[in-house]
Design a protein around this ligand. Structure first.
Ligand code: HPA
Length: 252
């Protein structure tokens, strides 16, 4: 079964029939999923920030969310993320498949392993197989999707200073956001395949002459939400339900 984690601007799946809310108890607290029928079987949808965007990025219960998706048998997660662009040529409205990240978070618990030592391999942080289905779906729909992107994850909830944006770009980042870490890390620890489509909602601070606002981010997401939904829906149609997990737990 596949799961979709909707980021800013994607609070309801739209593409799932008969979606019903389920509360899942986990060792880390409760998690909320909408279980519905996708094009090829059941799909779980989770709104990362809650359905009315009440949970800020640094307070999302990432461990409860990922543990819950694992417990209901999710084999793969298609996630969405609103991001700021660190490159002039990557304009608002661009879609990008993430393939690397740089972690600048500070206060988050980024592991399930509290009573044993594990060091997970992160050579390929994102699942190339699920990413391939997203690329295929984008091609079929005529949606432009950059096939590589390095995501810089900040602690938030504030936006960056122009100096930080300049530094992140120099370090090799393409986009900046506040949520992919530890989500992608926790998914890998449990062996769940994970891919993210990032939607550029704004230029990073200092690149555009105007200050950033959450309203701007929300309104660019809104105008791209339909494209994003179509991309997710076709991807759900393309992934054979019998395909399981391919990203090992990597707990060596
Ligand atoms: N910075 C951090 N997170 C974001 C941004 C940004 O510019 N835009 C959307 N999410």
């Amino acid at each position: 079964m596949l799961a979709v984690i909707g980021g800013t601007g994607l609070y309801d799946p739209g593409f799932l029939a008969g979606a019903k809310e389920q509360v899942i108890k986990t060792p880390y607290g409760e998690a909320y999923v909408l279980m519905g029928e996708g094009p090829r079987g059941p799909v779980a949808f989770m709104a990362r920030h809650g359905r009315s965007h009440g949970i800020p990025p640094h307070l999302v219960n990432y461990r409860a969310n990922i543990w819950a998706l694992d417990s209901i048998g999710a084999t793969g997660i298609l996630a969405t993320a609103a991001v700021g662009s660190l490159r002039r040529e990557l304009a608002p409205g661009s879609f990008l498949l993430l393939d690397q990240f740089i972690d600048f978070t500070k206060t988050r618990i980024s592991t399930f392993a509290e009573d044993k030592v594990i060091h997970v391999d992160f050579t390929r942080p994102y699942c190339p197989r699920l990413g391939g289905y997203l690329v295929d779906a984008a091609r079929r729909l005529g949606i432009e999707l950059e096939e590589q992107g390095c995501y810089v994850c900040t602690e938030g909830p504030r936006y960056e200073t122009p100096a930080e944006v300049k530094m992140f770009a120099q370090l090799g980042g393409d986009v900046v956001g506040m949520t992919n870490v530890p989500e992608v890390v926790l998914a890998r620890e449990l062996g769940i395949c994970y891919a993210t489509v990032a939607v550029v909602t704004n230029y990073g601070a200092g690149i555009a002459p105007v200050p950033l606002s959450h309203d701007e981010v929300g309104s660019v997401m809104k105008s791209n939400a339909e494209r994003l939904r179509r991309l997710l829906q076709l991807t759900l149609e393309l992934v054979p339900p019998e395909e399981g997990r391919c990203c090992g737990k990597g707990d060596g």
